[in-house]
Design a protein around this ligand. Structure first.
Ligand SMILES: Cc1ncc(COP(=O)(O)O)c(C=O)c1O
Length: 407
């Protein structure tokens, strides 16, 4: 018997107890310590529609504040169905094909838990949003990463086809894509759809950035392609569509057969979502289309502002048509032996600007170590301040310049 007061010694969950601190936490902490201009974390400075805030606060007084339906309040589920039909031409039966979740994050977790059996293989495009892998692994999945090709993060269709095997159950697709800002092209989507149909696969479609597209690109949901309605589950987020990242309201739509086990997982993870916020998001989806349709053009302008400053300093910028991330090749600025993590830390500490090194988004071996991600959904003044600091540090004569004046 252990002595009184001894800590329990039995091994805890292997996956979660061995996870390292994420690079996001490392960079955010460093940014705070050094008061840098933080273009690392992905949240917007400007908030969403006032009307939604008013409805959320009024709803707390006007309605019963007890557990709503585990599926979500009917007005939000109806709004999700109408939004799907209106924006993507995908008909959805609100009563059987929608679910409201605690942000897309919980929707993803519920989807992996509800759909995966131990040993199932899930194909994911590398690099990827960091919450996918842990929850997929915890559900028993084996992850098969397929690396998107630089510089435009295109899908290597031959490698994708070769990754499908007898144990493959699902393809995970995120478009517009975090961290690259890539918007999957129609030929890529058609090729993914063809593979799903040929091999009887499910597709989990993270479309939280669906309205954040620009430069002539169009977001097309995989679920809108012929033969894919019964195979795809789509995820959306009020954090991204309305810039209310703290609300943690998300939604899913998909065929009842796929959604049903996901609903069971959701039931035991969180059961439901705050009803006041759900009512506000229902209003947003029904009546604030102007807001989310304006996000693309306003982000494009912000991207241009940041791009001009980075290009002026000699950064090589990778192409993108969506989300609010800009990936820059920093090879020119790396010191001997330095990688993207070392550079991003140095830039925060010495240059006063925080970015996220891209290698942290890769699951497969030997990730690229010469790329960093800037998040630009920030006030123009902040983007300009970042530009000035970068110029002072990396520009001619700056301390971080590849050829310092004092050398
Ligand atoms: C690709 C992607 N999916 C999902 C999420 C999580 O969304 P939510 O805040 O609604 O949980 C994020 C958040 O950054 C994301 O980038």
């Amino acid at each position: 018997m252990p002595p009184d007061g001894a800590a329990p010694a039995k091994p805890l969950n292997e996956l979660f107890s061995s996870l390292p601190t994420t690079i996001f936490e490392v960079m955010s902490k460093l940014a705070m310590e050094h008061q840098s201009v933080n273009l690392g974390q992905g949240f917007p400075d400007a908030e969403g529609p006032e009307s939604m805030k008013k409805i959320a606060s009024a709803a707390m007084y006007d309605f019963h504040n007890q557990y709503p339906s585990l599926l979500g309040v009917p007005e939000l589920r109806q709004a999700v169905a109408k939004h799907s039909e209106r924006e993507q031409g995908i008909p959805v039966d609100w009563a059987t094909e929608t679910l409201v979740t605690v942000g897309a994050t919980e929707g993803l977790a519920s989807a992996f838990l509800g759909l995966i059996n131990p040993g199932d293989e899930v194909i994911m495009f590398d690099p990827m949003y960091d919450s996918y892998t842990s929850m997929a692994k915890r559900s028993g999945a084996t992850i098969k990463p397929v690396r998107l090709r630089l510089p435009d993060f295109s899908v290597p269709l031959d490698e994708l086809a070769a990754a499908v095997g007898p144990a493959t159950k699902m393809i995970m697709i995120n478009t517009p894509h975090n961290p690259s800002g890539k918007v999957f092209t129609l030929p890529e989507l058609e090729a993914i759809a063809a593979l799903c149909i040929k091999h009887d696969l499910i597709a989990l479609c993270d479309e939280v950035y669906e309205h954040l597209v620009f430069r002539g690109a169009k977001h097309v949901s995989l679920r809108s392609l012929p033969g894919m309605e019964e195979r795809c589950v789509r995820l959306g987020s009020a954090g991204k569509t309305f810039s209310f990242t703290a609300w943690k309201v998300g939604w899913m739509s998909g065929p009842a057969r796929l959604l049903n086990p996901i609903i069971k997982a959701h039931q035991f993870l969180v059961f439901t979502v705050p009803s006041s916020l759900q009512r506000a998001v229902a209003h947003g989806l029904d009546s604030e289309a102007e807001f989310y349709h304006s996000l693309g053009p306003s982000l494009e302008a912000k991207r241009q502002l940041l791009e001009a400053q980075l290009e002026g300093l000699g950064f090589e910028l990778l192409p993108a048509h969506g989300a609010y991330f800009l990936v820059a090749d920093v090879s020119k600025f790396l010191r001997p032996g330095e990688d993207d993590v070392g550079f991003a830390k140095r830039l925060t500490v010495e240059g006063g600007v925080t970015t996220i090194p891209i290698s942290g988004f890769y699951v497969g071996p030997s990730p690229p170590t010469h790329l960093v991600r800037f998040c630009y959904c920030k006030e123009d003044a902040k983007l300009k301040a970042a530009g000035e600091r970068l110029r002072a540090y990396l520009g001619p004569g700056g301390k971080g310049c590849p050829e310092p004046a004092s050398a």
